[in-house]
Design a protein. Sequence first.
Length: 146
Amino acid sequence: FVVGAAEYFETPVMRWVARQINLVPVNPDATLVPAMRAGAFGLSHGKVLLLFPEGERSIDGGVKRFKKGAPILAKQLGVPIVPVSLRGIFELWPRTRGINWRLVWPWSAHRVRIRIGPPVIVGDGESYAEAAQRLRDTVDALWQKS
């Protein structure tokens, strides 16, 4: 299942997408405790949780600072984090505009490049902030290779 900003799923089409991907909507202006609880519940029941650790889409397409939610869940539940880099999403869906539908069609030259890194384990002596930075550095390195 996926944790994502509720505001992105206000249109009928996006609500349908949200249902298909089992989206847990998060209000970024409210507390994230309900989303963290939902994530912990799913992970403790063997589900895969998709998080976007930056917490929002980038203004310029670059990798932003990561928040501590993923390392907190990973450390508390003893699960690894699998880093994934998505390059080309910004051009497809820039933060300041809607989806660029011309790039969605199969005959478009635009491609989204996905890179998956080795699992990251949050160390016992590692702070959540350090783990978030290490995860960000890993994703950034994957992004640069794309």
